[in-house]
Design a protein around this ligand. Structure first.
Ligand code: PBG
Length: 316
């Protein structure tokens, strides 16, 4: 009765990895319980979400082909576009958020196109914005409810809003990855998505973990550019950023409880160092809500929603 913080399945968003083929359910070793799924398997998974009351998915694509400019990201037949069409056809009420980054699609593994001549990991921000515009429109046309630019290019929210509006997609929303830090906790994701940079790192576009005030500025800039939802990522090492951002915001605040945060819990459980990863997940998600997040993207979504459905958390 006096518990201050609660959450329900309706505040959870499940990340999913979609790949080509049929009947594919390829385990991701660093994310126990998660798989690269072909579209037919994805539909099955969506059925589970519906039963548990989880309203939304965040889709990442594993393309069959990579190149320097990530062209599979914006091909009409691209894997994410195929997945969105199938999901919206079978389950129109499911909120589909599409990741809009290029690192899964580029052969060098960076989140944008590289500057010619200079080499290294020097991503060309504005050339990448043009591809982001194109991808946003293609994803919206496939039926995405929100597009989620996770590449941390400056000005991407404004560029996307303008491109969507110009193409009659005023109703497609934008989830800004507003404060995304250059974090070591993305490791398992990069295995899952095959998106580890071949050289260099992402520090020229992702944020310095030391910068809290800069994070607030990034978030407010995304709001000013028209973001419908804003995000802090990762969650656990950045709960202070969530707590400081929340009172400044109109739009809902999303926290991304990232792959490394999930993998640590699972690894500790396997080693017998924590007794129950379900309870750990509850404690973690509660802390993220307590800090001020409205919605949480988490790989724990299904196990936690199953616990909620049994209500066994009340006595935990
Ligand atoms: C792509 C992207 C990453 C994640 C989401 N989108 C990886 C990265 O930036 O290297 C990480 C998600 C996770 O760890 O769960 N830029």
């Amino acid at each position: 009765m006096v518990r201050e913080t609660s959450f329900s399945a309706s505040q959870l968003i499940l990340p999913l990895f979609v790949t080509h083929g049929r009947g594919v359910r390829r385990p991701i070793s660093s994310l126990p319980g998660h798989f690269q799924l072909s579209v037919d398997q994805l539909i099955k998974e969506a059925g589970t979400l519906k039963r548990l009351g989880i309203p939304a998915v965040l889709l990442f694509g594993i393309p069959h082909r990579k190149d320097a400019v990530g062209s599979e990201a914006y091909a009409a037949s691209g894997i994410v576009q195929q997945a969105v069409r199938a999901l919206k056809d079978k389950m129109p009420e499911l909120v589909v958020i599409t990741d809009l980054c290029f690192c899964e699609y580029t052969d060098h593994g960076h989140c944008g196109v590289l500057r010619k001549n200079r080499g290294g990991s020097d991503v060309d921000n504005d050339a990448t914005l043009n591809l982001i515009r194109k991808t946003a429109v293609v994803q919206a046309e496939a039926g995405a409810d929100f597009v989620a630019p996770s590449g941390m290019m400056d000005g991407c929210v404004g560029a996307i809003r303008e491109a969507l509006d110009r193409n009659g997609r005023e109703e497609t929303g934008i989830l800004g990855y507003s404060a995304k830090f250059a974090s070591v906790f993305y490791g398992p994701f990069r295995e899952a998505a095959g998106s580890t940079p071949k050289f260099g790192d992402r520090k020229t576009y992702q944020m310095d973990p030391a910068n809290g005030r800069e994070a607030l500025r990034e978030i407010l800039e995304d709001v000013a550019q028209g973001a419908d939802l804003v995000m802090v990522k990762p969650a656990l090492a950045y709960l202070d950023v969530i707590a400081r951002a929340k009172p400044l915001l109109g739009p809902p605040l999303v926290a991304y409880n990232v792959s490394g945060e999930y993998a640590m819990v699972k690894a500790a459980e396997r080693a017998g160092w924590i007794e129950n990863s379900g309870r750990a997940a509850f404690e973690i998600l509660t802390s993220i809500r307590r800090a001020g997040a409205d919605l949480i993207v988490t790989y724990h979504a299904i196990e936690v929603a199953e616990q909620l459905a049994r209500e066994d958390w009340i006595s935990s």
